[in-house]
Structure formats: structure tokens, C-alpha cells
Design a protein around this ligand. Structure first.
Ligand SMILES: C[S@@+](CC[C@H](N)C(=O)[O-])C[C@H]1O[C@@H](n2cnc3c(N)ncnc32)[C@H](O)[C@@H]1O
Length: 275
């Protein structure tokens, strides 16, 4: 859906919700990735957070590179042709549909985010090939039922789907609830579907990350939490976690043969298959 498809009233309501005086996670993420779709308040909060963890932009880049490698693997080797991408973020280079449709133009992708600024840029996420399809749903990850219902307009739930949740489960504060939401989404997908998660952890720069998150939660519009690797593993319960398991995003099937030169980042990730 692009702005052009919104009625005047809808545009008015959404513009009113677009706070430029409060930092937003999608826009801070965009700032760390070197994008231009952010406001001074995002730059200010983003810089303050870098005061705690200067390496965070490296985490953001590693997360995006992991996304590209995982999607390429899913289409090229796991036979996946459908993606449900929850917590999409602002469009950047190598969005999910671009990576997937480069391997097979017939791939179908549904994007989901609850941030009005992402909605404003959604037209850039909807540049599908003619053979495939992309759709954008404005919805909250805490409402998996609504996501599933609306995604069914574009995705065929009798065929395998990759559920990608990069940098979004950390906005579900309670781990039991996070497990339940992931489980609800995954239960709706057929055998052969895949689960892809990336998540900020306490595994690297743990104390500094905890400080940074405390600051984030005092400034940002949506609170977030960190998890340990052990906690993250429980999100994959009941699935077959594929090699190399749950690792720093920089270490998931890296393109380089020089593994000794790889640096661990705060975001950890995994790809799993539903039996
Ligand atoms: C850190 S960004 C990650 C973007 C992208 N997945 C990536 O890995 O580059 C987190 C995204 O999750 C979205 N998000 C945060 N809370 C959400 C919620 N409750 N429901 C849906 N999306 C949410 C934000 O708007 C933002 O776009």
C-alpha cells in the first residue's frame, strides 16, 4: 500500500501518529545502517546509544547481511518460495523480496510492521516482479491472529513459508509471551516451513548493552529487551535448528572463507526447519 492509496482521513490519522519528536526503532536502525530516513531525534538517541556500545552499527550491518544469506539459502537450497517478514524495518538495500526474487522471481512476500513511518515507505517494499507478489500489512507482532488472517490474502498456507522475525522479538518484553507468539505463527505454517530469528543479546558487550537498553527504554517509543543465547534457543523449541545453530549474525554461514577474521556482534541469529 502506498500513500497514494490512503484516503485523506487515513493519511491525516497516520501523519498525526508520525511523531518526529520521539525516537523510533526503525529510524534509529536506519541511522545506524547509514540510511537517510530518520529525524534529528533518532540521530541524537542513536548516537547516545553508540556511547554505550560503539559497535552497534556493525551489528545492524551483520543482521542485514545475515538476512540476505538466509533468504538466499531458503530459496536456493530449502525450496522456500513464500516469506512472512514480521518487523520489516525501513526499506534498505537487499530487502527480503529483492533477495528472494533475484533467485526466483515467483517468490511471494508479505511484510508486517507496526510503525507508521515504515508504512509511509512501504511502496518501496512493493516493487514485486510480475511473476511474484509482495504485500504490506500494518499490524502488531503481539497480534499474530490478525497477521495470519491478513497474510492469507497473499500467501498459500498449504505450502512452506519462511517466517522471518529479525530484530522484532526483542519488542515482546515477556519471554513466555514471545515463545507463545512465535509458536502461534509457526503452528499456522505447514511442514517444511522455516523460522528465521535475529535478536540482540547479552552475549557480546553484555553490560554495555544492558545500559544501552535502559537508556533506549527511557527515550524510545517502544521498549525492548535483550535475551541470552539460552533464552533465544527456547524460541526454536520443536523445530530443527539448522547448522551452525544459534550464533552471532556475522557467523551464520559467512561468505568469507577467512573465519578467523570474523568479529562477534551483539545480534545472534538462527534458521530452523519445521518438521
Ligand atoms: C530493528 S528493526 C529491524 C528491521 C529489519 N527486520 C532488519 O532486521 O533489518 C525493528 C523493526 O520492528 C518493528 N517493530 C517494533 N515493534 C513492533 C511491533 N510491536 N509489531 C510489529 N513491528 C514492530 C519496528 O517498527 C522496526 O521496523
Amino acid at each position: 500500500m502506498s500513500d497514494a492509496s490512503l484516503s485523506h482521513d487515513e493519511t491525516h490519522v497516520r501523519t498525526a501518529r508520525l511523531r518526529t519528536d520521539v525516537s523510533h526503532s526503525a529510524r534509529i536502525w536506519n541511522y545506524w545502517l547509514g540510511g537517510k530516513d530518520n529525524y534529528p531525534v533518532d540521530e541524537e538517541v542513536g548516537e547516545q546509544i553508540l556511547g554505550f556500545v560503539p559497535a552497534l552499527p556493525r551489528s545492524a550491518v551483520a543482521d542485514r547481511q545475515f538476512l540476505a544469506r538466509a533468504v538466499k539459502f531458503l530459496v536456493g537450497q530449502a525450496g522456500i518460495r513464500q516469506f512472512l517478514d514480521v518487523g520489516t524495518g525501513l526499506p534498505t538495500v537487499d530487502n527480503t523480496h529483492e533477495v528472494a526474487q533475484r533467485s526466483d522471481p515467483s517468490c511471494r512476500i508479505v511484510y508486517v510492521d507496526n510503525d507508521p513511518i515504515v508504512l509511509r515507505h512501504a511502496h518501496a517494499l512493493l516493487t514485486s516482479t510480475a511473476e511474484g507478489a509482495t504485500d504490506y500489512i500494518e499490524a502488531d507482532v503481539h497480534d499474530p491472529g490478525a497477521i495470519l488472517q491478513r497474510a492469507a490474502a497473499t500467501l498459500d498456507f498449504t505450502r512452506p513459508i519462511a517466517l522471518t522475525m529479525l530484530g522484532v522479538v526483542n519488542f515482546i518484553m515477556d519471554t513466555e509471551q514471545a515463545r507463545s507468539i512465535v509458536r502461534t505463527l509457526l503452528d499456522a505454517l505447514p511442514s517444511g516451513s522455516h523460522l528465521v530469528i535475529s535478536h540482540p543479546t547479552t552475549e557480546v558487550d553484555g553490560e554495555a548493552m544492558a545500559e544501552a537498553v535502559r537508556y533506549w527504554n527511557s527515550q524510545g517509543s517502544a521498549p525492548m529487551t535483550l535475551r541470552t543465547r539460552a533464552e533465544l534457543l527456547t524460541l526454536f523449541d520443536g523445530t530443527d535448528l539448522l547448522e551452525p545453530g544459534l550464533v552471532s549474525c556475522s557467523r551464520w554461514r559467512p561468505d568469507t572463507a577467512d573465519e578467523a577474521g570474523i568479529v562477534d556482534v551483539t545480534h545472534f541469529c538462527g534458521v530452523a526447519k519445521k518438521a
